[in-house]
Design a protein around this ligand. Structure first.
Ligand code: NAD
Ligand code: ZN
Length: 376
């Protein structure tokens, strides 16, 4: 009988965990005006489950022309949700799920129309409609037990890559962590660059920079490979066209490019990993509630020791668009706050392994992290 050496099993196990095997978005439509196809896209699914759709729409669009264009049928439920006050929470998802199931039972599907926050709400809701208990039980990798309902993402601001990623980031009582599994990925996305034209200039910058930072981090670490590199390289090229040089700014051509860059930056990450900026950003967001993309920008400004070229180019973009990134924030934070942030950041070993390497614990200590936070 063939005897398998323990080493061989270890190598096989390592191979399995080293090479990621991901499911992508099932269907993607891209183009100006493609939002008008949404009704037609949903039509074949309308018979599923209790035969109605749930629309989750960013409250920004309430009373705007887009409201009239959302293809809501009489039986559907629509929620206009404000994402101004906080990022999506586990409590918010649980409440929404309970309310929807109590009202009308299991829907045919969920459609999210908005930015990264709404994308995450739609993805998390789809999963939680079929998985029992609180969403806090499922924060992490592959903890979800059953596929969610059909879900569609319609991004209206570009940069986070939430439209393509396999995670739905939620802030819970204990952690800010995604529901991460194959079933999180959208069944369909509708990429209509016309929808991002109204994004205010500061958000256009912060959220777009999330893509740029995703690429810098994806490229600079040990998980980077030819596949993630190809996406990052292209996404960074598009970001340079959108944010640097004579043609830069919020134009229709650049909106097309930014929407694609966001998707490609997200794909690059899927096959690589984020790094120092995101690890720190999670600490800042968890402890002080600072918004993800804004937090990244505040931090990236001070990471020249880790990403010298990326930070130099980021600063060029900040200067070019005269974006005001406040300094001296840490003067207002006491040692306890900074220590808490440092601990949240430290507890993201997959990011540190990627960015720093096997010996990351020799390089990154709580004190090093506290010093980084003090630079802000
Ligand atoms: P957002 O959804 O938080 O929205 C930012 C602001 O832009 C809001 O005020 C919103 O109302 C407004 N807005 C959105 N579209 C608009 C439009 N077309 N016109 C005018 N205003 C508009 O923005 P975001 O930066 O895309 O998302 C951040 C969220 O994404 C965070 O919660 C973060 O945790 C999450 N995120 C998720 C992933 C993922 O892979 N799942 C990745 C990165 C970030
Ligand atoms: Zn990000």
């Amino acid at each position: 009988m063939l005897k398998i050496q323990p080493e061989a099993i270890m190598v096989a196990a390592q191979t399995q965990t080293t090479h990621k095997n991901f499911k992508g978005i099932e269907k993607t439509v891209f183009g100006r005006g493609s939002f008008s196809q949404l009704d037609e896209i949903l039509a074949p699914r309308r018979g599923d489950n209790e035969g109605y759709f749930v629309f989750i729409v960013d409250n920004y669009f309430k009373g705007k022309p887009l409201e009239e264009r959302v293809p809501v049928h009489a039986e559907d439920l629509t929620y206009y949700i404000s994402v101004e006050e906080h990022e999506p929470t586990t409590e918010q998802i649980d409440q929404l799920r309970d309310e929807i199931l109590a009202k009308k039972g299991l829907p045919s599907g969920v459609v999210g129309i908005g930015g990264g926050s709404i994308m995450d709400i739609a993805k998390a809701l789809s999963l939680m409609l079929t998985n029992e208990g609180s969403s806090t039980l499922y924060q992490g990798l592959n903890l979800i037990k059953k596929p969610g309902v059909y879900h569609v993402g319609v991004p209206t601001i570009s940069g986070t890559g939430a439209e393509v990623s396999m995670t739905a980031v939620l802030t819970g009582p204990v952690k800010k962590l995604g529901l991460k599994c194959e079933w999180t990925v959208f069944n369909q996305v509708v990429l209509d660059p016309e929808l991002i034209a109204s994004v205010p200039r500061n958000w256009w910058f912060y959220t777009g920079m999330d893509t740029y930072i995703h690429c810098v981090e994806s490229e600079n670490g040990r998980m980077n490979n030819a596949y993630s590199h190809a996406y990052a390289e292209q996404a960074m090229k598009l970001c340079r066209e959108v944010y640097l040089g004579e043609q830069s700014g919020q134009t229709p051509e650049n909106d097309d490019k930014l929407m694609v860059a966001s998707l490609m930056g997200g794909l690059s990450l899927t096959y690589s990993e984020v790094g120092v900026c995101h690890a720190l950003s999670y600490g800042l967001s968890k402890i002080l509630g600072t918004r993800h993309c804004y937090a990244n920008c505040l931090i990236m400004n001070h990471l020249e020791d880790y990403y010298p070229e990326g930070v130099a180019e980021f600063k060029q973009m900040v200067a070019y668009h005269q974006i005001d990134l406040p300094q001296g924030l840490a003067n207002e934070w006491d040692d306890e706050t900074i220590t808490k942030m440092a601990h949240v950041s430290y507890n993201l070993p997959h990011m540190w392994l990627h960015a720093i390497g096997d010996n990351w614990q020799e390089v990154i200590t709580i004190d090093v992290l506290k010093d980084l936070f003090r630079r802000l």
